[in-house]
Design a binder for this molecule. Structure first.
Ligand SMILES: C[S@@+](CC[C@H](N)C(=O)[O-])C[C@H]1O[C@@H](n2cnc3c(N)ncnc32)[C@H](O)[C@@H]1O
Length: 251
């Protein structure tokens, strides 16, 4: 039966690619690429660089398909519906890619960071029933781990809990009681501006790449600097990937 590998390639540095990911890349006959309209050319280039660097012998073929456009819902309910429709369409596109494999071939999706963190592909493939295949997941170095390494900080305090969330949820829900450490991903709206004064922020953009930017300090003292650095970088590169840890200062 066909095999599909979901390979985490790490959050930016080609050296984040693990030995297990390299072994998986070398098993692939086909690399599947879902091309988003206007997707960051840099990210596609990085995938090709990783394959060129780590695959020995015959390179796998690249098979591209258009990623269905994602609609945005105005209300939370409409948003949930839009996401469900988008995932169903994506599942159809992926089923087509997998069906085109010969019965004993191995196909692979190269997923940014770790496949288990804010990436829908495990669920998308799990929803496919029209073609028989097995899934293998290869973990990768995720953005929060890379961020903490670059700031040389632990993600949690001793015995403490960490909340990993999105900018939207931070903005809408705030920081729950009893949580002192919050990792925020997917935040185009700078939700850290609403964080209480007693938090420090450890912010990083394009972590692990030559364009990496890091800023840390009390959130009130550095939030304008982050906003400025972020908007300059976004204008320069045309896209932005940033993650941050908000940490309640110990008194
Ligand atoms: C769709 S999620 C994918 C996360 C990925 N699966 C992971 O394990 O890191 C994309 C978000 O990850 C974060 N991210 C990914 N790579 C990053 C990097 N190199 N530097 C900073 N943030 C990054 C950003 O918050 C971005 O909005």
């Amino acid at each position: 039966v066909r095999t599909v590998l979901l390979i985490g390639i790490g959050a930016g540095d080609p050296e984040y690619v693990t030995v297990q990911a390299i072994a998986a890349l070398n098993r692939a006959d086909a690399i599947f690429v879902l091309e988003k309209a206007g997707e960051e050319a840099d990210l596609i280039a990085l995938r090709r660089e990783i394959v060129a660097r780590y695959v020995e012998g015959d390179p796998p073929r690249f098979v591209a398909a258009a990623d269905p456009p994602r609609a945005r819902g105005a209300t939370p309910e409409a948003q949930r519906e839009a996401v469900a429709t988008w995932r169903a369409r994506r599942a159809e596109v992926c089923a087509g890619l997998i069906e085109a494999l010969d019965p004993h071939e191995v196909g692979a999706f190269l997923l940014w960071g770790d496949p288990a963190l804010y990436d829908g592909m495990i669920d998308v493939l799990g929803a496919i029933s029209s073609v028989e295949f097995t899934i293998e997941v290869v973990p990768g170095i995720d953005a929060p781990s890379a961020l903490c390494a670059r700031h040389r900080i632990p993600m949690n305090r001793p015995g403490g809990a960490v909340l990993i969330t999105t900018g939207r949820r931070l903005r809408d829900d705030g920081i729950p009681d009893g949580i002192d450490d919050v990792v925020v991903m997917l935040d185009p709206d700078l939700a850290f501006r609403g964080a209480p004064d007693e938090f420090d922020i450890y912010w990083g953009a394009y972590v692990g790449t030559p364009d990496e930017l890091l800023v840390a300090g009390p959130v009130r003292a550095v939030e304008e600097e982050i906003a400025r650095v972020r908007s300059e970088a976004r204008a320069r590169k045309g896209w932005m990937f940033d993650t941050y840890l908000l940490r309640r200062r110990a008194h």
